[in-house]
Design a protein around this ligand. Structure first.
Ligand code: AMP
Length: 442
């Protein structure tokens, strides 16, 4: 078996993929493999286990789907059987499952491989009838899979390849016991591929129990390094956030914007309020039925819906080509989620803009995000809308937290820095922020 797995030139022609897959790739218009594809495809074709650090947006789906389609095609095990897949792709959310399914359909156009997808939140009966058709690749969320295995509609004893996609998310979402139960149902002799945004200790521990001498690949977090995502912050009091958002959407004539809120309730309320402002908006979150989520996502994807308001879980892995704008209406509590959120834009070579509306209570979160991404995010003002009581980046310890009245005192002379998109030329960054910028931290 070859161990020469990393051809120097990132070219699909160098990866060892068969002609029908190359043709499907050519149809997509991709010109060269992404770093994760360049590294992972030869390793997976080689047959060994793989531990890959790559998040959504890196092209990881094609990174595992293409080589596994090839392995299944070449194994030539005869006709697929109903309910007896040879490859299982486990993924945390319904949206991700649907997206992997769409990718698998795209790449399997010219090979004879059958794919089925199952996830919770929709009628199980439709999935049961779908499972009466022969299947090679089963894409599933853990809960629904166990349900259908329990009811004997699925037999996992013939699995040759297991993919754990977004394994860190599956752990975060509490799927560990389901995952362990599923693993016990699989043959010990199999190829296992584990994809995760990070290699935390938990992921390493999981990998130890599930993978055999895995090769490791890791690609840079796309969006901390990405020059494509233009990030900025508007400092704004909480009650003024909605008016600012409506103004930005209207003034900048954003065609499409994905807005993140912290809570499901907040997502609903904001979508409703934007509607009252004459902006077409809908919300997706875990409390909505699957059909409502799919409907909203579809209208957003095909451009009928201008604003989609989402919580982190609902938005995980949403794959929308050329999404130009992401707004953090509220900052996430976990800084890494900021990176996930802004990763929804600036994908696959297109430019994107990520804007965060930050109130005084969120300054600590903002600082920890800036520490994580190792840079200051430019602060932008919009006269009449922005500014709040606490200076933008007061030194963390020295300044007593005395609140100043919200007035011109908080403002310094125009720094001449970033007036991107809608910031009025005569607007001014808060003085403290300028101090930090001139100190050039980060
Ligand atoms: P993923 O990380 O798998 O969610 O993929 C992110 C996006 O990148 C998807 O929209 C893919 O269609 C796109 N993509 C995947 N591979 C490539 C490639 N080699 N060149 C350009 N775009 C790609």
């Amino acid at each position: 078996m070859s161990t020469e797995v990393s051809p120097e030139v990132p070219d699909f022609a160098n990866l060892g993929l068969i002609e029908p897959l190359m043709r499907a790739i050519a149809d997509t218009g991709y010109t060269e493999p992404t770093p994760i594809q360049h590294q992972a495809i030869p390793l997976v074709l080689d047959g060994g286990d793989l531990l890959a650090a790559a998040q959504t947006g890196t092209g990881k789906t094609a990174g595992f789907t293409l080589p596994l389609l090839q392995r299944l095609t070449e194994a030539n095990k005869g006709k697929p059987r109903p309910g007896v897949p040879r490859c299982l792709i486990l993924t945390p959310t319904r949206e991700l499952a649907s997206q992997i399914d769409a990718s698998a359909q795209t790449y399997s156009k010219y090979v004879n491989i059958k794919t089925e997808v199952i996830f919770g939140g929709v009628s199980i009966n439709r999935q049961i009838s779908a499972l009466r058709k022969p299947v090679d690749i089963l894409i599933a969320t853990p809960g629904r899979l166990l349900d259908l295995v329990g009811q004997k509609f699925i037999d996992l004893s013939q699995i040759d390849i297991l993919v754990l996609d977004e394994a860190d998310r599956m752990l975060d979402m509490g799927f560990i016991h389901d995952m362990k139960r599923i693993i016990k149902l699989l043959p010990k002799e199999r190829q296992t591929l584990l994809f995760s945004a990070t290699f935390s200790n938990d992921i390493r521990a999981l990998a130890k129990t599930m993978l055999k001498q895995p090769r490791e690949v890791s690609v840079a977090r796309r969006n901390t390094a990405s020059e494509l995502v233009d990030q900025s912050v508007y400092l704004v009091d909480k009650p003024k956030k909605r008016a600012l958002l409506s103004t930005l959407i209207k003034e900048k004539q954003w065609s499409q914007v994905l807005v993140f809120t912290k809570t499901k309730h907040g997502a609903n309320r904001l979508a409703m309020q934007l509607g009252k402002d004459g902006i077409q908006a809908d919300a997706i979150h875990g409390n909505k039925s699957q059909s409502a989520r799919t409907r909203a996502l579809d209208s957003f994807k095909n451009g009928r819906l201008q604003v989609l308001v989402a919580t982190d879980i609902a938005a995980r892995g949403i794959d929308i080509k050329y999404l130009p704008n992401v707004v953090n209406y509220e900052l996430p509590h976990v800084s890494e989620d900021y990176v996930h959120r802004i990763g929804r834009t600036g994908r696959a070579g297109s430019e994107g803009q990520a804007i965060s509306l930050v109130d005084a209570d969120e300054m600590k979160l903002l600082r920890s995000i800036e520490r994580l991404i190792n840079r200051d995010i430019p602060k932008v003002e919009l006269e009449g809308h922005t500014g709040h009581d606490i200076p933008a980046s007061a030194p963390e310890k020295k300044t007593p937290s005395k609140k100043r009245p919200r007035s011109r005192q908080n403002r310094g002379p125009n720094s001449g820095s970033d007036h991107r998109g809608g910031a009025r030329p005569n607007s001014a960054a808060p003085r403290a922020n300028q101090r930090r910028q001139s100190r050039g931290r980060g």
